[in-house]
Every structure is written in structure tokens, then in C-alpha cells.
Write a protein that binds this ligand. Structure first.
Ligand code: KIV
Length: 355
């Protein structure tokens, strides 16, 4: 579409690549879709997202499920662990993701102390994620949160449990430690899974468990079982988007992470190039400037050269010398030379002259 001089260009978030469009079936993923995937032996693709563009890109790529994880504390906010993120912060992330995710099933992650204290708080906070557009919520723990899961389920909210390595009680676990490494330990996880199933959870997520232990649990419950670092024998694979994309800034490097892009380098290099262009005067060029009628341009240039007072700077209250009104006019020769070169094609002297 041709752009008029007054138009500020807008672009749709539709991909230009039609193959990407095709990978994005229109039907919203529901819990029934997830059950059907499992029944067909197909694995759900599950990634974290905390912002609108990531949700749009994941949706375009045909990702089935998005977790607005409390890992946002680390990935997005730079905290050393997950417990620092608040409910208000999580809702900002959740709303942004829900605006971008049309097809994926979105799970909102209940942050630390948003559900542990009472059933009432659990239902209120879970409900806030649903009101933000999420399809379900996730909370950490088994038997000890089963009452909360029952309360949320009774309020009509789909709840996913999170077992194995549960970062919100990292201090009790003694660090980032693999869970379920013996049959006895796997049985403890199973006991928690059964408690969640009885409480009405539709699903559990197993984190950092040996593949055999995760399979052992999955084969003994009637729940959708997803895994992050829990091997292949589960109904779907979750990854932290920043780990896959290569833009996590921090020291935690789990064994199960597979990197598919180097966004850290792409972003750093883009900023380096931009900085070099700004500093050298290669940016902006005439294509980045808004054109106006030549006659108007000439008139404005003439006014700059003459240092003529404008309507804004005339009058008693706002003289041209008052603080914050106008910079002194540039010397005529600097303006003339910039104009002759055409719209800042030789921007360094122009910028200097206008300072
Ligand atoms: O917040 C999160 O991303 C999570 C995963 C690590 C399981 O809970």
C-alpha cells in the first residue's frame, strides 16, 4: 500500500511467510485438544512466554501450550530465583501473552505465596489469571497443596500441579537437584500426583526427573503429564523460551536445555551496529525522515536561518530566552550546508550546529 507523507507505517503481526501461517491452525487448543493429542500418542509442544511478541511467534510456529511461568522472575526481571516475582507482575506478563496467543492453551503460573496461605487467596489469584485470559493455572507441590487445588477446581478453574524439582521451595530441596532418582523417591512423587488427581487437577508437570521415574509416574495416574527435563515418556515437552532462544542472562544451565538460536548475539550485534551508525552519523538517513512539501521545507529553513521568533516564543511570558523554550538558532552556513546535502545526508555538522 502506498504511504502518504503523513502516514506512520503500521504492520500487522501476520507473518509474511505463508508456510508459517499454515503451521498455525485456527482452532484454539483446549483441554479436550490436549486429551486428544495424548490419545493419539502425539506430544504437545509447550514453551514459556512472558510477553506479546514471544506469544505471537510461538503461536505462528504452532506451539500448543504456553506457560506464563514464574521463571519470569529470572528470565525477565533478573532475580536470582523464582520467588521474587509478585502476582501483579505475573498478571502483566499473563495479559500480554494472552493478547498474542490466539491458538495455544495458556497456563498462568501462581507465584510464591499467592496460593499457599489460604483457599480463598488461591481461588482469587487463580481467578485473576483466568480473568487475564489464561486457560488454566499451575501451582507447585502435591499433597500439601491438594486442598488448594480442590478449591480452585471447585471454583471452575483448571489446575495443573508441578512436581519433582519445585523451585519455590528450593531451600527445602537443597538447590537445583534432580528428583525421583530412586524407586522410593519416584513413589513419593507418585503419591503427590495421586493426591493432585484426587483433588481434581487436570494435569501435572514433572521437572528435573530421570526418564524412567517420570514414565513410572505417568503410567500410574489418569492425568495429562508434561515434563521439563523429565525425559521423553510424557505427554508433552516444556522448555523455557530463553533457554531455547539463547537469551537467558544468568548462571543456571540445566542439562536438558537444547539451544536453537543465539538471540543474545543477534541482539547484542544489532545494538552494536545501531550504536556505530548513530555515532558515525550513518543513522538517520533521508529515508528515516518525514518528507514535507519543498515549499514548506524552504520556509522552515529560512526561518531557522533568520532566527525568526515563532508564535510560541513571542509574548511576555515565554520569551525565546526562557529555560526550555528553544535552542539558539544554528549558524546560517551550517544549515545551508545541511540543506544542500539533503536531509541530514551529512548529519554530523547539522547535529553539532543545532545543539
Ligand atoms: O516458571 C516456570 O517456567 C516453571 C518451569 C520451570 C516448570 O515453572
Amino acid at each position: 500500500m502506498p504511504q502518504s507523507a503523513n502516514t506512520i507505517t503500521t504492520v500487522s503481526h501476520q507473518p509474511s511467510d505463508s508456510s508459517a501461517q499454515e503451521a498455525r491452525p485456527a482452532r484454539k487448543v483446549t483441554v479436550a485438544t490436549l486429551a486428544a493429542l495424548r490419545a493419539r500418542g502425539e506430544r504437545a509442544v509447550f514453551v514459556t512466554a512472558y510477553d506479546y511478541p514471544t506469544a505471537v511467534f510461538a503461536d505462528r510456529a504452532g506451539v500448543d501450550m504456553l506457560l506464563v511461568g514464574d521463571s519470569a522472575a529470572m528470565t525477565m526481571l533478573g532475580h536470582p530465583n523464582t520467588v521474587a516475582v509478585t502476582m501483579d507482575e505475573m498478571l502483566v506478563f499473563a495479559r500480554a501473552v494472552c493478547r498474542g496467543a490466539r491458538r495455544p492453551f495458556v497456563v498462568g503460573d501462581l507465584p510464591f505465596l499467592s496460593y499457599q496461605c489460604s483457599d480463598r487467596e488461591a481461588v482469587r489469584n487463580a481467578g485473576a489469571f483466568i480473568a487475564a485470559g489464561c486457560d488454566a493455572v499451575k501451582c507447585e507441590g502435591g499433597e500439601r497443596v491438594a486442598r488448594r487445588v480442590r478449591a480452585m477446581t471447585d471454583a471452575g478453574i483448571l489446575a495443573m500441579g508441578h512436581l519433582g524439582l519445585t523451585p519455590q521451595n528450593m531451600a527445602q530441596l537443597g538447590g537445583w537437584k534432580v528428583q525421583g532418582k530412586t524407586l522410593a523417591a519416584a513413589e513419593l512423587v507418585l503419591r503427590d500426583a495421586v493426591a493432585l488427581q484426587r483433588a481434581g487437577a487436570f494435569s501435572i508437570l514433572l521437572e528435573a526427573m530421570p526418564a524412567e521415574a517420570a514414565a513410572f509416574v505417568r503410567e500410574r495416574v489418569d492425568l495429562l503429564v508434561y515434563g521439563i527435563g523429565a525425559g521423553p515418556h510424557v505427554d508433552g515437552q516444556l522448555v523455557i523460551a530463553h533457554d531455547v532462544l539463547g537469551n537467558f542472562v544468568g548462571d543456571v544451565r540445566p542439562r536438558f536445555v537444547s539451544r536453537y538460536a543465539d538471540v543474545d548475539d543477534v541482539v547484542t550485534n544489532a545494538f552494536l551496529s545501531y550504536a556505530a551508525d548513530v555515532r558515525s552519523g550513518r543513522f538517520p538517513t533521508p529515508e528515516h525522515c518525514y518528507p514535507i512539501e519543498p515549499a514548506h521545507e524552504a520556509e522552515i529553513r529560512a526561518a531557522r536561518v533568520a532566527g525568526a521568533p515563532s508564535a510560541c516564543s513571542s509574548g511576555s511570558a515565554g520569551s525565546a530566552a526562557s529555560p526550555g523554550s528553544f535552542a539558539p538558532p544554528a549558524p546560517a552556513d551550517a544549515i545551508a550546508s545541511a540543506g544542500a546535502a539533503g536531509h541530514g545526508a551529512s548529519p554530523a555538522p547539522t547535529v553539532g550546529a543545532l545543539q
